[in-house]
Ligand binder design. Structure first.
Ligand SMILES: Nc1ncnc2c1ncn2[C@@H]1O[C@H](COP(=O)(O)OP(=O)(O)OP(=O)(O)O)[C@@H](O)[C@H]1O
Ligand SMILES: [Mg+2]
Length: 271
């Protein structure tokens, strides 16, 4: 099992789009079992998959320890026709931040690590919850829930857009990630992912800057801006089904291939 946090403290850079596109491609094209964790109180990922949190089955419950991770009633099917499951969220997730701030003992900052361990312990069992990939859609903020994801996931993918780029902002993200990790930046950041790319719009030369610096890898694959992404989101359809031949579908397929090739040999790195 490989666990991946998708994070940037900037909003609207494509974190949720990347989480859902990668999950759907891994499940539909590769036949992998995928768990999504909606770690954002905006709940965009849950809305995309049409799953609302019920009492006891949300990311809030995961962090507040109100529910043992009994997968069958904990995790909802996100795609009835593909092996994608989800732990959903809504605005209630801010209660976890309040609890963390108040040092409420019910807030379990190791909840994500505990869940990953439980899933790994079950991994040999021939059950539907033996996930191959867990993808965490983070909120655009350094919340306690984001920090848990950054700390406990094997990998971090950082989507960025060229128009929002500022060197200072990028440095902050990397610093914060380093602060959250104890095993170094190189090993944990799978890559910076340039999204909504359009030739001629990269006024700041972000792509060249990223490719030239050593501290963090940038994916070879760039996700181009595509006018199919917003309608696919509105429909809640997998992008690769909604518009199989659009630039973004092609690019996300290339991204998954690149990611699987890059990380595939280290599946049990943290087992
Ligand atoms: N490659 C793309 N081409 C065109 N539109 C895109 C692309 N990627 C994302 N979008 C659109 O940009 C908007 C922001 O994307 P998304 O919600 O994935 O960002 P986010 O980083 O998750 O935002 P937030 O920080 O609010 O959680 C959405 O409307 C999405 O459909
Ligand atoms: Mg989002």
């Amino acid at each position: 099992m490989r666990t991946t946090a998708i994070f940037n403290h900037k909003g609207g850079v494509g974190k949720t789009t990347t989480a859902s596109a990668m999950a759907d491609i891994l499940a539909i094209d590769y036949g992998k079992r995928v768990l999504l964790i909606d770690a954002d109180p905006q709940g965009n990922l849950s809305t995309f998959y049409g799953v609302e949190p019920d009492e006891g089955n949300s990311t809030l419950d995961l962090f507040m320890g109100t529910h043992e991770p009994v997968y069958s009633d904990w995790i909802s099917a996100a795609r009835p026709d593909a092996p994608v499951d989800i732990i959903p969220s809504d605005t209630g997730l801010v209660q976890a931040e309040v609890a963390a701030l108040k040092e409420d003992s019910r807030f379990n900052r190791h909840a994500m690590a505990d869940l990953f361990r439980a899933i790994r312990e079950d991994a040999d069992a021939d059950n539907q919850f033996a996930y191959d990939y867990v993808l965490i859609d983070c909120s655009p903020a350094f919340t306690q829930v984001s920090l848990a994801a950054l700390r406990d996931a094997d990998d971090i993918i950082i989507p960025v857009t060229t128009d929002l780029f500022s060197t200072a902002g990028m440095a902050t993200v990397l610093q914060q990630i380093m602060g959250a990790r104890d095993d170094g930046l190189q090993s944990s950041v799978a890559g910076v992912l340039v999204n909504m790319y359009k030739r001629g719009e990269d006024q700041n030369g972000l792509l060249a800057y990223l490719r030239n610096q050593k501290a963090v890898a940038t994916f070879e694959t760039v996700i181009h801006k595509s006018d199919k992404v917003v309608p696919a989101g509105t429909h809640g359809d997998p992008l690769i089904k909604f518009s199989p031949r659009c630039a973004a579908s092609r690019d996300y397929r290339a991204l998954v291939a690149e990611y699987v090739a890059q990380r595939g040999g280290h599946h049990n790195a943290k087992a």
